[in-house]
Ligand binder design. Sequence first.
Ligand code: SAM
Length: 344
Amino acid sequence: MSKEILHKKSPLTDNFGRPINYLRISVTDRCNLRCLYCMPEKGIRFLSKNEILTYEEIERITRILAGLGITKIRITGGEPFVRADLMHLLRSISGINGIQEVHLTTNGILTPKFLPELKKIGIAGINLSLDTLDRERFKNITRRDNFDDVLTTFHMALDYRIPLKINMVVMDNFNIPDISLMANLAKKYPIDVRYIEEMPFNGLNSDAIGVDQPRLKWNHKQIFQELQKSCPGIQKIDVSPNSTSMNYIVPGFKGKLGIIAGFTRTFCGTCNRIRITAKGILKTCLYDDGVFDLKNFLRNGATDQQVREHFLHLIGNRAKNGFEAEQRRQKQIPVYESMSEIGG
Ligand code: SAM
């Protein structure tokens, strides 16, 4: 059966007629980097073991959601590989009936030794976060000296022919020269480079360092203009209806380029995804502040049928877009929690 047919049949269709088939699960709020745009250097209160979903709980939720039409899973964090025995979870969710694609987002530091097994379980793709190709800039942005480890993952993933996307958050004053350097990487290698608008999910009050709408200089239009300078002939291509990125090809390039307007929120109309945070909170939009505490529900003895009914109800009450979701928040407007809490 084609994926198209599965989408149409999905019982998880929201109140705006958008079928939901993609689940992003954060397995930890902890990370081995301290990227400027994501979390403060100090003073973070990490969740205790008891506060995060167990692997069994994640497997159970995934199985229930697969029965409702979820076909694609992304495992993220925090840094997923800082959680012990992540491969156990990846193996088990890859085997769940109905799950067609398991993807992973990682910073690549602990990743190399897991690549052979990732290949073996048929990982559908890796999104590797890399904001610069310059070692010093890497240190400034991530506050750690792990540039070489990330490059090792990059080259090994290519060797293993695992589909690879590079995520680069574009930050004024930090990595603008990397817009063209990164494009060059897509010229040389069969990868997708995706430029992400910086969002205010940095764990700081946005008055401190975070961006807000008027101050976001490097929005998708500005990024595209910069790309036009170094990529002659750059041309927009049609993509799947649920893609969050605007995608481009450039003559002579082996890979593709994409721009993700995460702050401008241009793609909400076709959003097919929901998220579950490490703490077990369901988010039906990146910009909401959580619509349901799944962990407590499960730990209070909910049956599979009750969980199913809750999902259907919550998906039926989704915000129209990221702006409405932000306005509906009970706390913290504008948003500023760390992406590591949410699962980027
Ligand atoms: N640790 C993994 C990694 O680095 O890829 C997964 C988690 S990380 C939070 C996932 C993605 O979120 C990364 O690609 C990161 O660049 C992106 N991200 C984090 N904070 C962001 C922000 N404030 N604005 C835009 N993207 C952000």
